[in-house]
Design a protein around this ligand. Structure first.
Ligand code: SAH
Length: 462
């Protein structure tokens, strides 16, 4: 799949600074489902084009699939290598994270500059056809040129496919153009190829907050981007909170609320269950291992019984987001002494992780390669060695209730595995016995009579 971004504003090669990608080089990164490359077919002062090309590895995806999913030839024969989908959006996020954050350290004055930009999408699936494409991009200030692609050019009578070729032109900052693509590609396709978690709402508001509020199709965008009515409702409500346009959005909010069948917000329920477990074991000094964007830390700091909270994560990006969420830079010195974020790995011993009453490990273990699990257990239970450990992980059996799974039938591209209830009990029981902990396993979220709960939680006490 391909997308090209062209600047015709002199000096057009400034695009390279804004994208943090040098026009003379090819840059490639792994994106989980394949490799993404950026290169410049043309780079002159008058016209400069950066092309992003994503190679999807369909067989790689197949090899990692769980034995349980049976979708016939679908993993071998699908449009993913060719059509600009949510996967392209993921790739743009990885390749151009700095540009999306609006940073250009070498030439900061360029960030806010509107350029004459063209975006070319040779093959993009559009549910609803060119009219939907126009409805999404024209209000953002783009001129559109788009043509449906015939199902088979040898048989015109068969009509058009659901794919179109699109060329958009508009005066935009590079950051806005990337945001528009990042949010709207999955909306056009209306089929996300990965598990939709609660942090998708944050992603949508982070990338779309500024322009989405006043977009006439904001409801369609939230609904398609987030896919789950609960999340769409939350996004629209938060947009409304932040905007002046409360009346207009209120009607959308109500409609979305009516459409929502399940009031369950799994992420929220999990946080509550973890906090309750932390309270029960007595809190004190808490370390959140794999803290991600700091959602739990935020709540821990609101607990009077938590005297000190530390977050550890391998990802610098996640830690940056945690820092912003916790507003560390605005904290008073006294509050600041109660919290700390550090970069670290859970598969290496690290003395900074010792001396805690409680360790929380929330939705992290499934991100580790199975062959690293023994080392992880050594570090968490043998070395960190907190008096109590609260650990949660998905229950794979429950996935039957979810519509949006990745090609392996798992909830997230980065999950290396997901355990059934028995597998989790076996692992947790073994760890508890080896390291001298008592064990209590419980359910989080609505329990399905056959498949069990969506999330499983183990509380280990020394
Ligand atoms: N606990 C958070 C984040 C879960 S996502 C929450 O519930 O919201 C999993 C997190 O684990 C990611 O932020 C990832 O960067 C981190 N992670 C995965 N493997 C890790 C490792 N080996 N060491 C440290 N962090 C890791």
């Amino acid at each position: 799949m391909l997308v090209s971004l062209t600047s015709t504003s002199p000096v057009a090669t400034d695009l390279g600074f804004l994208l943090h990608k040098h026009p003379d080089r090819v840059r490639s990164v792994d994106v989980g489902f394949g490799r993404a490359h950026v290169f410049y077919p043309e780079a002159t002062a008058r016209r400069c084009t950066a092309t992003t090309y994503v190679e999807v590895d369909p067989l790689g995806r197949t090899r990692h699939r769980g034995r349980r999913s049976a979708r016939g030839l679908e993993p071998y024969l699908n449009d993913r290598p060719y059509a600009a989908s949510s996967m392209l959006s993921v790739a743009l996020g990885r390749l151009f994270g700095t540009a999306l954050r609006g940073r250009c350290d070498d030439r900061p004055e360029l960030v806010a500059r509107q350029l004459d930009l063209e975006i070319e999408l040779p093959v993009v699936p559009v549910r609803g056809g060119p009219a939907v494409l126009r409805g999404l991009f024209e209000p953002l200030g783009y001129d559109l040129d788009c043509a449906p692609i015939a199902l088979d050019s040898r048989f015109p009578a068969w009509g058009d496919s659901r794919y179109v070729t699109a060329r958009l032109a508009g005066r935009q900052t590079v950051r806005s153009a990337l945001e528009h693509l990042y949010v709207l590609l999955p909306v056009l396709d209306d089929a996300k190829h990965y598990w939709i978690g609660p942090d998708e709402v944050d992603k949508l508001l982070l990338r779309g907050g500024d322009w989405l509020r006043s977009h006439p199709e904001s409801e369609l965008i939230a609904r398609r981007y987030l896919r789950l009515p609960d999340f769409a409702r939350e996004a629209l409500a938060r947009l409304a909170d932040a905007g002046e346009d409360a009346d207009f959005l209120d009607t959308q909010h109500d409609a979305a609320e009516r459409a929502s069948e399940s009031p369950i917000r799994l992420g929220e329920q999990r946080l509550e269950a973890v906090l309750e477990a932390v309270r029960r074991v007595g809190a004190g000094r808490v370390v959140d291992l794999g803290c991600g964007e700091g959602r739990l830390l935020e709540r821990l700091l609101a607990e009077p019984a938590v005297s000190y909270a530390m977050g550890v994560d391998a990802s610098v990006g996640a830690l940056e987001r945690a820092e912003r969420r916790l507003k560390l830079d605005q904290m008073s010195e006294r509050r600041r002494e109660r919290v700390r974020l550090i970069q670290g790995a859970l598969t290496y011993t690290d003395t900074r992780l010792r001396g805690f009453d409680v360790a929380t490990v929330i939705e992290v273990v499934e991100h580790l390669d199975p062959e690293r699990l023994d080392v992880f257990a050594e570090v968490v239970f043998g070395h960190v060695c907190a008096a109590s450990v609260v650990l949660t992980t998905p229950n794979r059996e429950h996935n039957a209730n979810f519509e949006h799974l990745d090609a392996r039938g798992l909830r997230h591209e980065d999950h290396r595995f997901e355990w059934t209830r028995r597998e989790f009990e076996a692992w947790a029981g073994d760890v508890a016995a080896r390291f001298g902990y008592g064990l209590d396993i419980s359910a989080v979220g609505a329990v399905d009579p056959v498949c069990g709960p969506p999330t499983q939680m183990a509380v280990f006490r020394r």
